[in-house]
Design a protein around this ligand. Structure first.
Ligand code: GLA
Length: 372
């Protein structure tokens, strides 16, 4: 049975435990985060998925081979959390891995795909993130990683579909084997990059998870995104402390323009006003969630200034201008954007005329044009 591709008409929005809490998670954190999503108003803005990442399983499967939650961290079990989420208008997500162990070394789904899918469905889970650590490549002699990924993600995808419960499937193999070329129809989103870290740019570290390198990897994959299947440049770091507010505004604006999943990765129980204002910007969320479901196209770039244009369902466009450089920049985006008339700045709300723009280092300006 194929997946239900109507499940993800727009990019998923919510929260995931990994960026802020790593393996150090428990049921109280999940409950308090549910409460905070609702109390902060973020759930009302669309952040409804509460996704538990690595660290929830007990170190061993049960006698019958089923995954079980760690009894010390999740004494009430997962089903009870799902019921609580559903009672609050939220959805509960969970995490596993295609290999023998998760990236954190806990039991994973290889050889247990059907059993795990049935377990998750029996818990009323709404979303599964399926990771790519500890893959037994020796069981697939001579096959390239891309084909192994197609086989193993295909197995969990079919197993989930056969449960008949609508469960969003998030492929997390970091862009290995170009999942954007084949993952539509297997899952609803696919990572395009390695793991994000809470940093703007770290050229000296050799680490590719900074905001800038992730942007460069994801920005030109726009042709592959659309309703039912999304490029995933990884979860949000807004509010975790490693970037300036200007850089966090850039992070959020670029993710909205690139139709990326908006999965908060900060401590939602302790949101600063600045973080709340960034991730709660309703005009940017509307750009991300626009029903046309297009990822912005990079329409022009020069000297580290990038122009992104996202067509919208009402016939207007979202226009972003990003200065990646460490120095201020000036550019006129409008000759590259079809149409005429005033535009609205989505950070300030002000209506402005089309004209040359100055950008601070690492700044992203975003506007919405009216339908032509
Ligand atoms: C991988 C994934 C991360 C996170 C960790 C958990 O690195 O890419 O997003 O899920 O595993 O161990």
């Amino acid at each position: 049975m194929p997946i239900d591709s109507t499940l993800c008409p727009t990019p998923p929005m919510g929260f995931n435990t990994w960026n802020r809490f790593g393996m150090d998670i428990n049921e109280r954190l999940i409950q308090e985060t549910m409460d905070a999503l609702v109390a902060s108003g973020l759930a009302g803005l669309g952040y409804v998925h509460l996704n538990i990442d690595d660290g929830w399983m007990a170190p061993e499967r049960s006698a019958s081979g089923a995954l079980v939650p760690d009894p010390a961290r999740f004494p009430g079990g997962i089903r009870r959390l799902a019921d609580r989420a559903h009672g609050m208008g939220l959805k509960l997500g969970i995490y596993s891995d295609c290999g023998r162990k998760t990236c954190g070394g806990l039991p994973a789904s290889y050889g247990h795909e059907r059993q795990d899918a049935e377990t998750f469905a029996s818990w009323d889970i709404d979303y599964l993130k399926q990771d790519w650590c500890n893959i037994p490549f020796e069981d697939f002699p001579g096959l390239p990683e891309r084909e192994v990924a197609q086989i193993l993600y295909g197995r969990i995808s079919e197993a989930l579909a056969d449960t008949k419960r609508p469960i969003i499937l998030s492929l997390c193999n970091w862009g290995h084997g170009e999942p954007w070329e084949w993952a539509r129809g297997i899952g609803h989103l696919w990572r395009t990059t390695g793991d994000i870290v809470d940093a703007y740019h770290r050229p000296q570290s050799g680490w590719s998870g900074d905001l800038l390198s992730i942007f460069h990897r994801n920005v030109d994959l726009d042709a592959h995104a659309g309703p039912g299947g999304w490029n995933d440049p990884d979860m949000l770091e807004v509010g975790n402390g490693g970037m300036t507010d200007e850089e966090y505004r850039t992070h959020f604006a670029l993710w909205c323009l690139m139709a990326a999943p908006l999965l908060l990765g900060c401590d939602v129980r302790a949101l600063s006003p600045a973080t709340r204002a960034i991730v709660g910007n309703p005009d940017l969320i509307a750009v991300n969630q626009d029903p046309l479901g297009r990822q912005a196209k990079r329409a022009w770039h020069a000297a580290g200034v990038h122009l992104l244009v996202k067509p919208l369902a009402d016939g207007g466009q979202a226009v972003g201008l990003f200065n990646e450089a460490d120095a201020p920049a000036a550019a006129d985006p409008w000759p590259h954007v079809p149409g005429a008339g005033a535009v609205r700045d989505l950070w300030t709300g002000a209506t402005t005329s089309r004209g040359p723009v100055e950008l601070a280092p690492h700044q992203t300006r975003v506007w919405r044009t009216a339908p032509t």
